[in-house]
Design a protein around this ligand. Structure first.
Ligand code: ATP
Length: 440
C-alpha cells in the first residue's frame, strides 16, 4: 500500500513533510519494519497557482506483508494525524489517499506525470480514485487529493535525497540555524550536496524563512554524506528529522516543446532566435523575445539577480534554448527563465580603413569609392577592413543563482550525476534510520 498526502499547510505554518514524518513515526510504533524505504517528497507543477510554497506532496510506501487488520489501523492513525495537525484556512485542503500497489494503472501513472506539467481539476482526481476503488479522505474542498494521488503514482528515474530537520510545530517565530555550517558544507561537499549556501548572493539556502517547522534541509546524492554533513550545522535544539527521496534538482518538470506548442502552466525547453533585444522594466525585471516564426516572451525576474546581466547581453539573432515555467501574463505567454543555453551568437561588425600589408600602417582614403592608399609605400587597396565586434557573452549554458532556483531545477553541477531510482532504492536501510533527534 502507498499513502499519499498533500495540502496540509498554509502560509502561516505547518508542512506536509512534517505531517508525513509524524505518520511514519506512528506507523513505526506499530511495527518498525513496515516502512523499508524513505518516504518521497515529490514536487509537482511549480506553476500551480494554488501552491503554498513549493508544491510538494508526500508519499509513504508500506510493505505488502502487513495484513488487512494492521492496514486498517495504519489508515485510521494516518487520517487522525492529518486531521489533528493540518493547518486550517481557505487555501488549505488537506487530503490523504491509500493506494494498493496493483491499483497504480498506466492511467494513474500518466496522471501523476502530467501533474508536473498541467493543471487538474479536483473532479479528475476523485473520478480516478473512485475508478480504482482507492480509499481516501479529505478536509475542505478536496484539492489536496490531486497532489496526494499524484505522489503515490509518480515514477522516478533520476532522484535526489533531502534530510529535513524540524523544530516542533508548536514553536513559531525566528529560527536559529547558523550560516557558518551551511557555508562549510557548500565548500566541502558541493556538488554531492547542493543548494546549501549561495556565495554569489551571500544567502543561506538550507533554512526556509517561512514559519513552517523546517529548521533546515540538506539536499544531495547520498544519505550517508548528508548525515555526515549535518553534523556541521549548529542550530536551535531540533525536534525530529526525516530523510526523503525526492525529485528535487532533476528537471523532471521540463518538457521539450516548440514555441507553438507551449501552454500556460507547463515548464518547457524551447529553441528560438532572439527577435527582440532585452529590456529592463521598473522593478528590475528583464524581458526579451525569441521566435521560430512564432514569438514568445522570456523573463529574468528581479530575484534572479546576476543572471539578468547575462540575459541583458543577448542580442537579436542569437540562437538560444530557453528553460522555464510558462505563465499567461499581461504581455502574453511568458517563460520564467530557469536556465538559458546560448548555442550561436549573432556576429556584429564595424568597418575601418584597411591596414597596409607592407608597412602595417592604416591606409588613407583616396576619394569616394576610389579605395585606399598607404601614405608611405603607396600600396593600394579598394576594400575596407571588416572588424568583428567582441560580444560580452559566450556560447554556453547559464542558470539562475541558487537563491532563485526552483526546487525541481537541476543545478548545472548535477549534470552527469543522474541516478536510477529503481537501481538504488533499497541501498539505504531506512528501517535503521533514527528520526528522533539525538544530536546529529
Ligand atoms: P508545501 O510545499 O509547503 O507543502 P505546497 O506549495 O505544496 O506547500 P499545497 O498547500 O500543497 O502547496 O497546495 C497545492 C495544492 O495544489 C494541493 O491541493 C495539490 O493537491 C494541488 N495540486 C498539485 N499539483 C496540481 C496540479 N498539477 N493540478 C492541480 N492541482 C494541483
Amino acid at each position: 500500500m502507498i499513502i499519499g498526502l498533500d495540502d496540509t499547510d498554509s502560509v502561516d505554518g505547518m508542512c506536509t513533510t512534517y505531517i508525513g514524518t509524524l505518520i511514519v513515526e506512528a506507523i513505526r510504533d506499530l511495527d518498525r519494519n513496515i516502512i523499508r524505504e524513505p518516504p518521497k517528497l515529490l514536487r509537482l507543477n511549480p506553476n500551480n497557482p494554488y501552491k503554498t510554497r513549493g508544491n510538494g506532496a508526500v508519499s509513504i510506501r508500506i510493505t505488502e506483508t502487513s495484513g488487512p487488520k494492521i492496514l486498517e489501523k495504519i489508515k485510521s492513525v494516518s487520517f487522525d494525524i492529518v486531521t489533528k495537525y493540518s493547518e486550517s484556512g481557505d487555501n488549505t485542503n488537506p487530503a490523504i489517499v491509500f493506494l494498493e500497489d496493483n491499483s497504480i494503472t498506466p492511467e494513474i501513472q500518466l496522471f501523476a506525470k502530467r501533474a508536473l506539467h498541467e493543471m487538474f481539476s479536483i473532479d479528475e482526481a476523485i473520478s480516478l480514485l473512485n475508478k480504482i476503488g482507492a480509499d481516501y479522505n479529505f478536509i475542505g474542498n478536496g484539492r489536496g487529493l490531486i497532489g496526494a494521488l499524484a505522489s503515490c503514482a509518480l515514477q522516478l528515474e533520476d532522484f535526489t535525497y533531502e534530510l529535513i530537520v524540524y523544530r516542533s510545530h508548536n514553536k513559531r517565530g525566528k529560527k536559529f540555524v547558523s550560516e557558518q555550517g551551511a557555508m562549510e558544507i557548500e565548500k566541502k561537499y558541493s556538488p554531492k550536496i547542493f543548494s546549501s549556501y549561495d556565495f554569489e548572493n551571500q544567502r543561506m539556502i538550507i533554512s526556509p524563512h517561512s514559519d513552517c517547522p523546517i529548521l533546515y534541509g540538506l539536499r544531495g546524492e547520498s544519505p550517508e554524506l548528508i548525515l555526515e554533513a549535518a553534523k556541521m550545522i549548529e542550530s536551535e535544539i531540533p525536534f525530529k528529522r526525516n530523510l526523503f527521496v525526492t525529485n528535487q534538482g532533476t528537471d523532471m518538470h521540463l518538457e521539450e516543446k516548440s514555441i507553438e506548442e507551449v501552454l500556460p502552466y507547463s515548464s518547457v525547453i524551447v529553441k528560438g532566435t532572439v527577435s527582440k533585444n532585452p529590456y529592463t522594466v521598473p522593478g528590475g525585471h528583464v524581458f526579451f523575445e525569441i521566435s521560430n516564426g512564432k514569438k514568445i516572451l522570456c523573463a529574468a525576474y528581479e530575484p534572479t539577480k546576476g543572471f539578468r546581466n547575462i540575459v541583458r547581453n543577448l542580442s537579436e539573432g542569437d540562437e538560444i534554448t530557453a528553460y522555464g515555467g510558462v505563465l499567461e501574463t499581461e504581455h502574453g505567454l511568458t517563460i520564467n527563465l530557469e536556465k538559458i543555453e546560448i548555442t550561436k551568437l549573432a556576429e556584429f561588425h564595424k568597418t575601418e580603413k584597411p591596414i597596409c600589408p607592407v608597412c602595417n600602417n592604416q591606409m588613407k582614403s583616396i576619394g569616394k569609392e576610389k579605395g585606399y592608399r598607404c601614405k608611405k609605400c603607396h600600396t593600394k587597396n579598394r576594400e575596407v577592413s571588416i572588424i568583428p565586434l567582441p560580444r560580452d557573452i559566450k556560447i554556453g549554458i547559464y542558470e539562475v543563482p541558487m537563491c532563485a532556483k526552483r526546487h525541481l531545477s537541476k543545478p548545472l553541477l548535477r549534470y552527469g550525476r543522474e541516478k536510477k531510482f529503481e537501481e538504488e532504492r533499497f541501498k539505504f536501510d531506512y528501517t535503521k534510520f533514527d528520526m528522533k533527534f539525538e544530536g546529529i
